[in-house]
Ligand binder design. Structure first.
Ligand code: CO
Length: 219
């Protein structure tokens, strides 16, 4: 039995050599500083390797991943990543990226029990409850699940915007745009959910559009 994961370490040596063959100073330049323009908040799912699927190099993207790409107001792990990205790295874009066929969302929708993680996924239940009338109109479970994956991204985009870190950055004139994307594990493609928010006003308008679309408010 290979206890040292030699294959992965060999892969790494080949990868580093490949990058160095294109740019001999690549790693020495990066070792001094990182200046990423993007913060990615995505799902921990192994099928969504963020840096790879947008074809970026080390140093280009700051990353936070958790199960079901949730942004909770009390999660100091995610908040610390956001604070450092905003205040120190001064990223210009925060991308919240969900994906279809998300196991976390599926578990919540099917009331599957896996242990501790069920508590984390309670936040998906909040979204399911909030939009239950809208979701009831979908004909199949697949369609409903796709809709929940998208709604979950939108809710997290609003959580990012509604956070003191982003609000204060906007207030002091720092340019940050928060984006909502969703990834198709079946075709490798990202979809823009047409949610790119740069101001509090844009966020409020987007919340209202979603409330109208989902019947939470009536025109
Ligand atoms: Co997922």
């Amino acid at each position: 039995m290979n206890q040292k994961l030699d294959e992965l370490l060999a892969n790494n040596r080949a990868w580093a050599a490949r990058i160095k063959s294109q740019d001999p100073d690549f790693f020495s330049k990066l070792s001094n500083q990182q200046t990423p323009r993007y913060l990615w908040i995505g799902c921990a799912d192994s099928r969504v390797p963020c840096t790879q699927l947008v074809d970026l190099l080390p140093g280009d993207m700051f990353v936070h991943r958790n199960v079901a790409n949730l942004v909770l107001h009390t999660d100091f792990n995610c908040l610390s990543v956001m604070q450092y990205a905003i205040d120190v790295l001064q990223v210009e874009h925060i991308i919240v990226c969900g994906h279809y066929r998300c196991g976390g969302i599926q578990a919540a929708m099917r009331h599957q029990e896996f242990g501790l993680i069920d508590n984390w996924l309670r936040h998906i239940h909040d979204t399911l409850n909030k939009y239950q009338n809208y979701l009831a109109a979908f004909a199949t479970e697949d369609q409903r699940m796709n809709a929940v994956c998208e709604l979950n991204v939108m809710e997290q985009v609003f959580n990012v915007c509604d956070n003191t870190l982003v609000r204060n950055a906007w207030r002091r004139g720092q340019k940050i745009t928060v984006h909502g994307w969703i990834y198709g594990v079946e075709d490798g493609l990202l979809r823009d959910l047409d949610l790119s928010l740069s101001t509090v006003e844009e966020m409020k308008a987007a919340v209202q559009r979603l409330d109208l679309k989902t019947g939470l408010i009536v025109a």
